[in-house]
Design a protein around this ligand. Structure first.
Ligand code: PEP
Ligand code: MG
Length: 882
């Protein structure tokens, strides 16, 4: 195995092995750009070192070999007392982790070689050499020997104070020589050893320190945040030093080939004369613009412009660069395809198409759904520096401001009066739906990203922060407390559904022009909107997956159509049994006789029919998958506690209600330890006579009446929670009978959800009774892993993320290996029986960028997601197909 690559041996494709920085240094070297010579130690070596605690046996020899070659190229030896070669030792992982790992500059300086450097550097040599040496001791001390940064800074500040200055530049050679002495003392005091005078030992220790910095606390944290795998390791670049601190004709800077915030072309960057790299980042002195560089050093500026043009031409993208000018000569120390804001990503991709640099396929590949999500939500203007109260899980993005209200009815009333409201609950349940709809945002202290509040809010594009467990929510008295602050009913709060942050008072918000475009279809002259329109249109042309929406109201149906949905993949019907219809559900459950039951069903039928008419009308010409009722029925009944109290109080007063007593008995009877694994879905249909038949009839009659009114309805009937083909066969037979009884009804496909592992494993059989499948990946994940989607995200997921058992919650992004395997099996086995079985997915994963690629790969026909995620799914489906 080879552990060390000369820059001339690598290229930008080798970033796994050489890290981003090393791979790009190699690429630039081979392009003939001015890169100081050097070599890269691979991430393999780092991983071996971190695994064993010592360097791989052959590494030292390989380093010696490359060092010798470098010395040959430079005509100098590392740390030579009379004319030393100095090197920098720089970290560089596959994914950029800005500032998270270590770098040591000026390696090779010793008490002797500092004099050689001074002698070689000419006029300003003394000052420059001692300045370089003190920097080495400082950086080496911090990085290699954990000397606290403050210890050096204190001494440096004292030196500056003694000179009566605040700038390093005013320290002369003598000051710096004394500073070196003082720094060496600081070093030996903290490190318990003298500063090493053997250049090769310095190099050795610096390399180890860079390896180890992979596991520095902040690097670990950063990786978790950015979802970068923790086992990649970093490469180490050993590069011949060039100096920006050799006087006024030297300097260092950063440059972008385009403005990373707007994509605007032109010179963009900062420059600092007479300085080394870390001075720019540290903000020690004020930098100047690149326009100023043009005045200071025209030749250097022109070289930089030429290099930037060459880089953009080669990478065909925005690049950022670190450069140094040493006595008028330009050197490139780093480049990479630059990070940019989501808006700039779209604008730049579109610009590059206009410039003929890339084609539309490439442009679509260069943006992603996560960026589009960011562009769709209003944001807080944080320049107002609001007071942060607490932080929960950002469950549904957006920025919402309103009065904290703890009660659903009150939320509805206040909203009706035109008030902005944030509904605050410990957790929400289906009863809170009216409050959620009325509120600007939802805040809960319990539950994760797939808790009821989160799923419902996301479905509506409503801002939601959930699981803010530092909040002590006291619903009865209408207040919450956090860290000694009490927020009472009516107090203004602001919640950020992207970051999960909660603020006291009103934080100003900014609207999203991208959503305005989706709503109206108007492009106007906003370059961002034009770019989004262009790339999304192209993604639509390329994608194979169709995109539908999860919607259960005519309003949502209409919106999802505006957002580009090609039908409804999941119309949940349970929301239609709330409010005043609750009584009818109670009557249905309490019915003792067939007659009473039929009366309740008869009363529900016209209401349900009307629901469907609205949705089928909005979705004219497109399929609408209506799912028969799914949740356990006790969700529609009062809670056991509430009812027990009501009955007890009534009894005390001697005004007992027979109905309540009966209801209480029913609630007791229906109580389940594990309702998610209990009487729900298809099981309800098989146990409660007439319930599914009523729903099927409502669908058929609604479709018939929409058609008679000139509409073009395409209903599909979907049975939830099927685990055995017999379940589906029974429901299907009943449904076919009902459909045959309704005249003028258009044809309706009958299919099933695949959301129980057994359904996936017996998909071949189930396919014989189904005209379509839709994967319910919420339940399939819940049951596949055996953990509750309502509880676990708040309880142990963060630990699992820490341990690396998850890279991301499996409720958010499909678990390809486990749940994904069930899906593959089901697709394969069912298509073997019915080659043109229509298969989709309607769990939350349908709108998750990474999952969309998976669903494309396994050959689904469509994904279905909440209306607000439809554009994201369109984009990602296009990217998956390109
Ligand atoms: C699912 O389980 O993925 C699904 C879509 O159904 P629900 O979320 O309503 O259980
Ligand atoms: Mg389900």
């Amino acid at each position: 195995e080879k552990y060390v690559y000369d820059f001339s041996e690598g290229n930008k494709g080798l970033n796994d092995l050489l890290g981003g920085k090393g791979a790009n240094l190699a690429e630039m070297t081979n392009l003939g750009l001015p890169v100081p010579p050097g070599f890269t130690i691979t991430t393999d070596a780092c991983r071996a070192y971190l695994a064993t605690g010592s360097q791989p046996p052959k590494l030292a020899d390989e380093i010696d070999e490359h060092l010798l070659k470098l010395e040959g190229t430079m005509g100098r030896r590392l740390g030579d007392p009379s004319d030393p070669l100095l090197v920098s030792v720089r970290s560089g992982a596959k994914f950029s982790m800005p500032g998270m790992m270590e770098t040591v500059l000026n390696v090779g300086l010793t008490d002797e070689s500092v004099r050689g450097l001074a002698a070689q550097a000419g006029e300003a040599g003394e000052r420059f050499a001692w300045d370089s040496y003190r920097r080495l001791i400082q950086m080496f001390g911090r990085t290699v020997c954990d000397v606290p940064a403050g210890a050096f800074e204190k001494v440096l500040d004292e030196a500056k104070r003694a000179r009566g200055t605040r700038s390093d530049l005013d320290l002369d050679a003598d000051d710096l020589r004394e500073l070196v002495t003082a720094f060496k003392e600081v070093f030996s005091r903290h490190a318990g050893r003298q500063f090493p005078q053997d250049p090769r030992e310095q190099l050795e220790l610096a390399i180890r320190a860079v390896f180890e910095s992979w596991n520095a606390e902040r690097a670990v944290l950063y990786r978790r945040q950015e979802r970068i795998p923790s086992d990649l390791g970093t490469a180490v670049n050993v590069v011949a030093m060039v100096f920006g601190n050799l006087g006024g004709d030297s300097g260092t800077g950063v440059a972008f080939t385009r403005d990373p915030a707007t994509g605007r072309q032109g010179v963009y960057g900062d420059y600092l004369a007479n300085a080394q790299g870390e001075d720019v980042v540290a903000g020690i002195r004020n930098t100047v613009s690149l326009e100023d560089l043009e005045r200071l050093d025209k030749a250097g500026f022109d070289d930089l412009m030429r290099a930037m043009a060459a880089l953009e031409g080669h990478y065909r993208d925005l690049c950022d660069i670190e450069f140094t000018i040493e006595r008028g000569k330009l050197w490139l120390l780093q480049t990479r395809v630059g990070k940019r804001t989501p808006a700039a990503a779209f604008i730049i991709a579109s610009q590059l198409v206009d410039e003929g640099v890339i084609d539309l396929d490439e442009a679509v590949r260069r943006v992603n759904g996560a960026q589009l999500v960011q562009l769709m939500f209003p944001t807080f203007d944080l320049s107002a520096a609001p007071e942060q109260l607490a932080r929960g899980v950002g469950a549904s993005p957006g920025a919402a401001v309103g009065k904290a209200v703890f009660d659903t009815d009150r939320a509805v009333r206040l909203a009706a009066d035109g008030e902005r409201v944030i509904l605050v609950r410990r957790e929400t349940n289906p009863d809170d739906l009216p409050g959620i709809i009325a509120a600007r945002g939802v805040l809960t202290s319990r539950g994760g990203k797939t808790s009821h509040a989160a799923v419902v809010a996301r479905g509506m594009g409503k801002t939601c922060v959930c699981g803010a467990d530092s909040l002590d929510v006291d619903v009865p008295s209408g207040q919450f407390t956090v860290d000694g602050t009490t927020v009472a009913d009516g107090d203004l709060i602001s919640i950020d559904g992207t970051t999960g942050k909660i603020y006291l008072g009103e934080v100003p918000v900014q609207d999203s022009p991208v959503v305005r475009y989706f709503e109206t279809g108007e492009i106007g002259d906003d370059p961002l909107v034009a770019a989004v329109h262009r790339l999304l249109t192209h993604a639509d042309e390329r994608r194979r997956l169709r995109v539908r929406a999860n919607a259960d109201t005519p309003e949502d149906a209409a919106r999802s159509r505006r957002f580009g949905a090609q039908g409804i993949g999941l119309c949940r019907t349970e929301h239609m049994f709330l409010g005043e219809r609750r009584e009818l559900v109670e009557a249905l459950i309490l019915a003792d006789t067939d007659e009473d039951r039929q009366l309740a069903l008869d009363a529900l039928l016209p209401l349900q029919r009307k629901d469907f008419e609205g949705i089928l009308t909005e979705m004219a010409g497109l399929p609408v998958t209506i799912r028969l009722i799914d949740p356990p029925l006790h969700e529609f009944l009062p809670s056991l506690e509430e009812l027990s109290v009501r009955v007890a109080v009534a009894q005390e007063r001697g005004e007992e209600s027979r109905r309540d007593r009966k209801l209480l008995a029913a609630v007791r009877r229906m109580h389940e330890q594990n309702p998610m694994l209990g009487l729900r879905g298809v099981r309800l249909g098989l146990v409660i006579p007439g319930l599914f038949a009523m729903q099927v009839r409502a669908i058929a009659e609604a479709a018939a009446s929409v058609r008679l009114a000139g509409g073009d309805p395409h209903p599909e009937i979907m049975v939830p929670l099927v685990g055995a083909v017999q379940e589906l066969e029974t429901v299907r037979a009943e449904a076919l009978t009902v459909l045959a009884e309704v005249s003028d009804a258009p044809e309706a496909l009958i299919g099933t959800m695949i959301e129980v592992p057994r359904a996936a494993l017996t998909a071949g059989e189930i396919a014989q009774a189904a005209e379509f499948f839709s994967f319910g990946t919420n339940d399939l994940t819940q049951m596949g892993w055996g953990f509750s989607r309502d509880d676990v995200e708040a309880s142990f997921f963060s630990r699992y993320l820490d341990l690396g058992i998850f890279r991301v919650s499996p409720f958010e992004s499909i678990d390809r290996d486990g749940v994904g395997r069930l899906i593959r099996i089901a697709v394969q086995d069912s298509r073997a029986i019915r080659p043109n079985l229509k298969i989709g997915v309607c769990g939350e994963h349908g709108g998750d960028p990474d999952s969309v690629h998976f669903f494309h790969e396994v050959g689904l026909d469509y994904v279905s997601c909440s209306p607000f995620r439809v554009p994201v799914a369109r984009l990602e489906a296009g990217r998956a197909a390109i």
